[in-house]
Design a protein around this ligand. Structure first.
Ligand code: SAH
Length: 355
């Protein structure tokens, strides 16, 4: 049996499913799910992320978080957490870059949250010298200052899609067309979560909501508000999503999201405004949403690149220059990816970001 057969059987029994249910099955089905069964990252995989492009990304994130720790009086026990750590590369770079920050490593309990057993094994290998612990949900975070990073985590959380129809909404659903999966529309209904979107959309517009992001953000922001700490959320998206951003990637190319369930990465742009609203309801502060390129330039990525370039020549130097460009240039990841920082209302925002 394949995941497609499993989905067709489920649809035959229960009727069409939401895009969110489809994403959850495709990404995390225990037997056939995309993340459950493979390491999708890197040149040989389906997509590449900022920490896999260059060590500079994680180094600068690490120094921004460590500066927050210094600014907040160097709490002597804190949680250094990452959501969706992939191969553990970002955390490894954070730890290497902060090695010289006196007391930082001794005070840190490293905590990782990842749903993929395959990637957890790779994280354990990458971070074997640092004794990380894994948690299954953010509810398992202990009461301590929380310094947290999440890169390309929120874009993997399941979204629902709704098409504006008069003053109501029709949900985009996935059903069966003989032996294939096909998109369709549910009946028109009011949607409480979308009440605010009636003002900035027109008939026929498609909007997305990411319900699982809200309780996760509530817990993280609540921890930072109560115990101190800081958060850096990096993802592609914008303040307000509009239109269909469901995307499937396979071998670095876009593909039809319904064609090969479980074999392609599925993501959606992050809608940052509902996350920011959620952060504020907990009493935590957040920064302006800032393009990744601007954030990294403010933290000194060019100086870091020059230092790394000094001993290099030939193809190694070319690779470094290309990585710097890829992370920061507005036509590459520099603008598409955004950074939102969390910090306690009475503390300074994370370096690289503005209130
Ligand atoms: N942050 C890494 C990896 C990004 S890929 C990097 O930048 O390279 C997305 C990561 O989130 C993977 O590690 C995947 O296993 C994890 N993930 C996806 N959905 C998840 C969920 N619902 N709960 C926990 N982890 C999830």
């Amino acid at each position: 049996m394949s995941l497609k057969d499993h989905l067709l059987t489920r649809i035959a029994q229960d009727g069409p499913m939401s895009v969110a249910d489809y994403m959850a099955e495709c990404l995390l089905h225990p037997k056939y799910g995309y993340y459950s069964t493979r390491d999708p990252l890197g040149a040989q995989g389906d997509f590449i992320t900022a920490p896999e492009i260059s060590q500079m990304f994680g180094e600068l994130i690490g120094l921004s978080l460590a500066q927050c720790w210094l600014d907040q009086g160097q709490p002597e026990r804190f949680t250094l957490a990452e959501l969706g750590p992939g191969r553990g590369t970002l955390m490894a770079d954070i730890l290497r870059a902060t090695h010289g920050v006196a007391g930082f490593h001794d005070a840190a309990d490293i905590v990782l949250l990842d749903a993929s057993p395959t990637l957890r094994d790779i994280q354990a290998q990458t971070l074997r010298d640092h004794a990380p612990q894994w948690i299954d949900t953010v509810a398992d975070l202990t009461d301590a200052p929380l310094f947290l990073v999440a890169n390309e985590f929120f874009d993997a959380l399941p979204i629902r899609q709704f098409l504006r129809h008069g003053d109501g909404w029709r949900e985009r659903l996935i059903g069966a067309d003989s032996e294939s999966l096909a998109f369709g529309l549910g009946p028109q209904a009011a949607q409480v979560a979308l009440a605010g979107r009636l003002e900035d959309t027109n008939d026929g517009d498609l909007v997305e909501i990411c319900a699982p992001a809200i309780p996760i953000m509530t817990v993280i922001a609540g921890h930072i508000a109560r115990h101190g700490g800081a958060g850096l959320i990096v993802d592609y998206g914008d303040w307000h999503s509009l239109g269909d951003t469901l995307q499937a990637l396979q071998s670095h190319d876009r593909t039809d999201p319904l064609a090969t369930p479980g074999q392609a990465d599925l993501t959606a742009h992050v809608d940052f405004e509902p996350l920011a609203t959620t952060i504020r309801t907990t009493g935590c502060a957040h920064t302006r949403l800032t393009p990744q390129g601007v954030f990294l330039e403010r933290l000194g990525i060019t100086a870091r690149a020059q230092a790394l370039a000094a001993p290099l020549g030939g193809s190694e130097l070319d690779r470094l220059i290309a990585a710097h460009r890829r992370l920061t240039h507005p036509e590459e990841m520099g603008n598409l990816f955004k950074v939102l920082g969390l910090y306690p209302a009475l503390a300074a925002p994370p370096p690289g970001l503005e209130p």
